[in-house]
Design a protein around this ligand. Structure first.
Ligand SMILES: [Zn+2]
Ligand SMILES: [Zn+2]
Length: 422
């Protein structure tokens, strides 16, 4: 199991006197204070960098902290270690014969789950295990939106964890961690959200998530979570893979087109949508099939070469109309031929922004991914696009946002924000 120091708990008999030392003399900053009714204690947290000091003051004479102070006087009370899965951690400890105070996790401060190890097992130190509350709400529900004569359905192929630094480029963690809190390995949770576009005749899907061909090692590195994936989402929308007529790629990175192909029982890789024609950009195809050291890990040949072999792939150029009312628009930047999809009907416009605005947190112009091959080109496109999106009220689809599928870019008093729709 992997455990990281979360906080050190200190029992105090007089909080003000304790703060006079820890806050005023040592100069530590008070983060927050919270009453934990179940423990009859007031907890005050002092920031010490990556972890905190927790001052514990009892609020009732018979509370555990009051008893501790009565018996031993104020002082260090416990050490809290943060774990990702407290159930698994407790099972591991039980299997090693470790004596526990809490056999089952129980609710702690801030929605965390906690459990204590008996000090007799941990060399006289009371150890708390803590699984913090998931700070990001993950959204999967297949959701319809009518745009003029078109029906749009946003789907989910589950979630992937990518390094937060790579996702936010030059933006310091101090800023992005508030928008997308990372786990202990610095990974931020990201959605994979293909979009269905339908008219009376054609059912099209834009991108298809990473699919199920990823090996176990990569799946662990990327914390792949496909408990709910594209097949579930299609079924929720009343569709099956056989119903898809047209499959379009924004670009050919594995987290967008892994779901374009599937492995048959005999090990061969075939088109995943058996009745569909596939569309990709000609320049993107050239780059994807001639990768270099910097983009090789993103372009996995098994995701697109089998489409050409099966004769179902059409390559098109900039501005190609892939379906009536839907056209490619080159954003470049992320890859030289990265495309967003402009979807227009009944005087309204929706945009599948792919890796140009991977999440709603990437709306500020300089918040460009470290993955981008040409970040200055991304910046130039974003700057112009944002004006357009605000003025013409584009509905923006965010392919990688973990909790928001689509929204409108707004500007008020010079500040930009996204108003969530789905
Ligand atoms: Zn990409
Ligand atoms: Zn991506």
């Amino acid at each position: 199991m992997k455990a990281v120091l979360d906080h050190v708990g200190i029992a105090v008999s007089d909080l003000q006197a304790a703060l006079a030392f820890f806050k005023d003399v040592l100069g530590l900053h008070v983060e927050r204070s919270e009453e934990v009714a179940s423990q009859r204690v007031r907890a005050t947290f002092l920031d010490t960098g990556l972890s905190t000091l927790e001052m514990l003051e009892s609020t009732a004479a018979d509370s555990p902290i009051a008893k501790f102070v009565d018996q031993r006087g104020p002082g260090m009370h416990h050490v809290a270690l943060r774990v990702e899965n407290i159930g698994a951690a407790l099972a591991h400890l039980r299997s090693r014969g470790v004596r526990l105070i809490d056999e089952q996790p129980r609710p702690g401060a801030e929605g965390a789950l906690v459990a204590f190890i008996h000090p007799s097992a941990s060399h006289g130190v009371l150890v708390e295990l803590k699984q913090p509350a998931a700070k990001v709400e993950l959204f999967t529900t297949a959701t319809r939106h009518v745009l003029g004569d078109l029906e749009l359905i946003t789907l989910s192929d589950g979630f992937i964890g990518l390094d937060g630094g790579a996702m936010f480029g030059i933006v310091p963690r101090m800023l992005w961690e508030k928008r997308l809190p990372p786990d202990d390995s610095n990974r931020v949770p990201l959605g994979m959200r293909p979009l269905i576009v339908r008219n009376g005749r054609t059912t099209m899907i834009i991108d298809a998530g990473c699919g199920d061909k990823m090996d176990a090692k990569s799946a662990a590195i990327f914390r792949l979570d496909r408990r709910y994936h594209l097949d579930h989402a299609l079924a929720e929308a009343g569709l099956a893979a056989e119903d898809i007529d047209l499959v379009v790629a924004s670009h050919l990175h594995f987290d967008h087109v892994g779901g374009f192909t599937a492995v048959r029982q005999d090990g061969s890789v075939v088109p995943r949508f058996p009745n569909a024609n596939y569309i990709a950009h000609r320049g993107e195809w050239e780059d994807a099939t001639h990768p270099h050291e910097r983009n090789r890990a993103s372009y996995l040949q098994e995701n697109f070469v089998p489409l050409k072999d099966a004769g179902v792939l059409t390559l098109v150029d900039d501005e190609a109309e892939v379906m009536p009312g839907v056209r490619y628009r080159r954003s470049g930047g992320h890859t030289p031929n990265h495309q967003v999809l402009m979807i227009e009907s009944g005087g309204k416009t929706a945009v599948f922004t792919a890796d140009m605005y991977p999440t709603s947190a990437h709306v500020p112009d300089p918040w460009v991914m470290g993955y981008d091959l040409l970040p200055v080109e991304t910046l130039a496109f974003k700057r112009a696009f944002a004006r357009e999106a605000i003025e013409r009220e584009y509905l923006l689809f965010f392919e990688h946002d973990p909790s928001m599928a689509a929204g409108y870019l707004r500007e008020k008093d010079g500040k930009r924000f996204v108003e969530r729709l789905i």
